[in-house]
Design a protein around this ligand. Structure first.
Ligand code: ADP
Ligand code: ASP
Ligand code: MG
Length: 431
């Protein structure tokens, strides 16, 4: 049976500073009678700032410690605006920062991805510590929960795979009893831990997925993610002028949009919700009374054209060295390498002696290793700085507009979806 529990997720923009945190508290105040598990991301651009600490760790340790201290100070400034100077939470924050400092000084393990997770997780630990202290100050009884004791993953650092049985067990044992007593339980998005108790993360933007994992394991009645947009729109408002809100979306439509790169929801979010038929709402933290977008089953909608742009695309044209056909055993070998280097393939096309693949560049290091290994067997031509444009429910006019000033490198139409890999037309300046 479904539990009377709601799961809310607030992203980085919604907790970016003291004023934003006050706004979150105001939203939560109107849900004080409910049992709510709240998942929170790192404040504003903290994750990017911590990525700089990680980078510095491998180049110049002193600089890494200085950058870390800057992150600490920025958080302190906002805390003091919220709670005044000298609140006990400052000690909790210092403890969290010191753990990372000690790690920076003493760690001997070399793996980049391992180091990344131990450091970057600080962002969510700090933000939740601060928000919990503020809510408790307002007498909105809030229990701070360590997500690492609940979200179990394997040890694929930076992209932990969820160990569902263990996670389910942990959440039912640790979280459900607290929620049943009412009040808010507040936890971190994005982070988990492996069997040996090392911190892991679920991939950038992974807090939406965390909320879906908790929703699934708690059999929640609904999940809401609070954003800086009124709901899901027909395209990214940062890239397009005329966009409309979509009121209702099916799980299928939502998973397609996010899979192709719609940045509004992490692509792994939909499956756990669909599997238990948990309704999801995308709502605005700016206009919390707005309807937002509903995502669920039995949506019989007629969708307008929806455009998704994914940047950071690379195209690899892989051809045999001896003019032999690209045969099945070649394809199988190529895909094994893509799996090994965790590179997501978005589009592909097979010709007699060549095979073209468009993929997202997630990590330059992994991509270089993939290309080097492919080159041992094949000729490989690499083209970067490409865009993948996906249009669902397309009209001719929308496609014409998308192709303006672009060279189409690869195009595919399947039923109501068209996909194109494009690059900018070079600017031909006259002398
Ligand atoms: P969060 O703070 O929760 O991580 P995100 O920044 O990941 O929020 O997601 C919200 C942003 O997603 C919006 O500011 C918007 O620019 C972008 N976005 C991209 N595609 C869409 C879309 N189709 N509809 C709404 N927002 C979109
Ligand atoms: N803080 C993490 C990131 O910026 C996770 C998230 O916000 O979803 O990627
Ligand atoms: Mg996000």
């Amino acid at each position: 049976m479904r539990n009377h529990i709601k799961v809310f997720k607030f992203g980085g923009a919604s907790v970016k500073d003291a004023a934003a945190i006050k706004n979150v508290a105001k939203i939560l105040k109107s849900y004080q009678k409910d049992s709510i598990l709240v998942v929170i991301s790192a404040m504003g651009k903290t994750t990017n700032a911590l990525e700089k600490v990680i980078h510095a760790y491998f180049e110049d340790k002193e600089n890494a410690i200085e950058l870390l201290e800057n992150v600490h100070q920025q958080h302190l400034q906002e805390v003091q605006k919220l709670l005044g100077k000298g609140h006990d939470v400052e000690k909790d924050m210092a403890k969290l920062v010191n753990t990372v400092k000690r790690f920076l000084k003493q760690n001997k393990k070399k793996g980049y991805d391992f180091v990344y997770d131990q450091i970057v997780s600080l962002g969510e630990l700090l933000s939740t510590t601060i928000v919990a202290a503020y809510l408790n100050r307002l007498n909105m009884s809030t229990h701070w929960l360590d997500a690492r004791k609940n979200i179990s993953t394997d040890n694929t650092f930076r992209e932990g795979n969820i160990q569902w049985d263990a996670t389910q067990r942990n959440i039912l044992k640790n979280v459900l009893p607290i929620l049943k007593k009412n009040g808010f339980v507040l936890t971190q998005g994005f982070i988990g831990s492996s069997k040996d108790k090392s911190t892991t993360t679920l991939g950038r933007e992974g807090s939406d997925f965390t909320a879906a994992i908790f929703s699934y394991c708690l059999d929640a009645e609904s999940m809401s993610i609070w954003k800086d947009v009124p709901g899901i729109l027909t395209a990214d408002p940062r890239l397009f002028k005329k966009v409309e809100k979509i009121d209702r979306l099916s799980y299928k439509e939502a998973i397609e949009m996010t899979y192709y790169g719609a940045k509004v929801i992490h692509p792994k979010t939909i499956k756990p919700l669909q599997n238990k038929n948990i309704p999801m709402y995308v709502k605005s933290f700016v206009e919390p009374k707005g309807e937002g977008t509903f995502i669920g089953s039995n949506v019989d909608a007629h969708y307008p054209p929806v455009v998704v742009i994914e940047k950071e695309q690379v195209m690899l044209q892989i051809s045999t060295k001896d003019f032999s056909f690209v045969a099945e055993h070649h394809l199988s070998f190529i895909f094994q390498l893509f799996t090994k280097y965790r590179t997501k393939v978005n589009m592909m096309q097979n010709m007699a002696i060549s095979f073209s693949v468009c993929a997202t560049i997630k990590d330059e290091g992994r991509l270089s290793k993939l290309i080097a290994e492919l080159k041992k067997t094949f000729n490989v031509v690499v083209e970067k700085k490409l865009e993948l444009i996906t249009v669902r429910h397309y009209h001719k006019s929308v496609i014409e507009q998308m192709k303006k000033h672009k060279i189409v490198m690869l195009e595919e139409r399947i039923r109501n979806t068209i996909q194109m890999v494009v690059k900018d037309v070079p600017v031909m300046e006259r002398k």
